[in-house]
Design a protein around this ligand. Structure first.
Ligand code: NAI
Ligand code: MG
Length: 367
């Protein structure tokens, strides 16, 4: 059997800096755990534009379709801000998501004990928090037709359309229930069935899918109440399933429960390929951070945890993912901090590569 393949797309700004640390960790798994990957690397975003005049070359797109998992750093930067919309760095990322048909966006919000002070909420509300938001990513109001700004009488009207088919709801729901089976066996589905027909259909389809997962406890919540509950008592949730628009907002809200942008991973999954693995793109939530690029200040943990998600969801290596997450937890508990994680003056931060080395050391200690 050939090794599973990973396509690395470091991208722009701090993307390549954090990816260097992930490569150390991939190397560690090969060397110490005999878990090897065929790793190839290519360009995305501004880096691809500089070379090819487009933010994602067709050849790279084809490689991404073939790969068992794609790991992306970040795209964009001031150098590209004035480019035409059609070749902006973000378009490279959007093309990947669209052509790979990545309909299920997984955004964990996990609070490492050592960072509980970092949350804007009280420590006891967030300590030990571990929830997962599943956001439908390829449909809903960001894509529905009709859309546009039209003339109507003597004024203009801006129109977007919230639209979901049963099959779109069903596949997102299945991915949430599958996930719940591997976690706390609870799904809370959020929509606005009280005021939106798409929400009524959403609730109906999710309820139907739930019948296939009798072990999972399903609840429904209106999304506005969901926002309140997320900041009031986030630990009541395990998996939250929601649509594209509500998921955009709720996942950003949940993310901030845990502190720094430099800590947040994500996964975007699509349909299973022939080998049974889902199409998959893993990336940190943060952007290219031009303000700190090239200074060794970037926190690589978001990208490292994105790789941990790849181990778990693409390669069925949950125990190794746990090992990697525990290594991150240990490093944080030991007080190792990049600059973005410093709550107080007087503690000196470590660099990007020192953080990577500390995680590798903690992995070694785990053997
Ligand atoms: P950003 O996430 O790049 O940065 C926001 C703030 O967080 C900055 O102060 C940055 O220094 C800090 N930060 C981000 N990641 C960090 C890390 N790993 N370690 C330490 N500090 C970190 O968002 P911003 O500034 O709005 O956008 C900058 C560029 O990134 C833009 O071109 C934007 O379009 C692009 N972007 C790309 C994304 C992606 O590739 N998925 C997502 C968001 C923005
Ligand atoms: Mg958002």
């Amino acid at each position: 059997m050939p090794n599973p393949s990973i396509l690395i797309l470091p991208g722009d700004g701090i993307g390549p800096e954090v990816m260097t640390e992930v490569r150390k960790i991939i190397g560690w798994f090969g060397e110490k755990r005999d878990i090897s990957f065929d790793v190839s690397e290519d360009l995305v975003g501004g880096a691809a534009y500089d070379k090819h005049g487009v933010p994602l070359a067709d050849e790279t797109m084809a490689k991404a379709q073939e790969a068992d998992a794609v790991l992306l750093g970040a795209v964009g930067g001031p150098k590209y801000d004035d480019l035409d919309f059609s070749v902006k760095p973000e378009r490279g990322l959007l093309r990947l998501r669209k052509e790979m048909d990545l309909y299920s966006n997984l955004r964990p919000a996990q609070c490492f004990d050592a960072l509980a002070d970092f949350s804007s909420l009280k420590k006891d509300i967030v300590a030990g928090l571990d929830i997962m938001i599943v956001r439908e990513l390829t449909s809903g109001v960001y894509f529905g037709e009709p859309r546009g700004i039209f003339e109507e009488g003597n004024e203009r009207v801006g129109i977007n359309t919230q639209r979901y088919t049963e099959s779109e709801i069903e596949r997102a729901a299945r991915s949430a229930f599958e996930l719940a089976m591997r976690r706390g066996k609870k799904v809370c589905s959020m929509e606005k069935a009280n005021v939106m027909e798409s929400g009524i259909l959403w609730r109906e389809v999710v309820t139907r899918v739930a019948a296939d997962y009798p072990e999972v406890e399903l609840s429904h919540m209106y999304a506005d109440n969901g926002a309140m509950q997320l900041v009031r008592a986030p630990k009541q949730f395990d998996v939250i399933l929601t649509d594209n628009l509500f998921g955009d907002i709720l996942s950003d809200c949940a993310a901030m429960l845990t502190g720094s942008l430099g800590m947040l991973p994500s996964a975007s999954l699509g349909a299973p390929m022939e080998n049974g693995r889902p199409k998959a793109l893993y990336e940190p939530v943060h952007g290219s951070a031009p303000d700190i690029t090239g200074q060794g200040k970037a926190n690589p943990i978001a990208c490292v945890l994105s790789f941990a998600m790849a181990l778990r969801y693409s390669f069925d290596l949950g125990a190794e993912a746990d090992r990697l997450e525990a290594a991150v937890e240990k490093v944080l508990a030991d007080g190792v901090r990049t600059a973005d994680l410093l709550a107080s003056e007087g503690v000196s931060p470590v660099s990007t590569s020192e953080m990577g080395d500390a995680i590798v050391a903690a992995l070694n200690a785990s053997l």
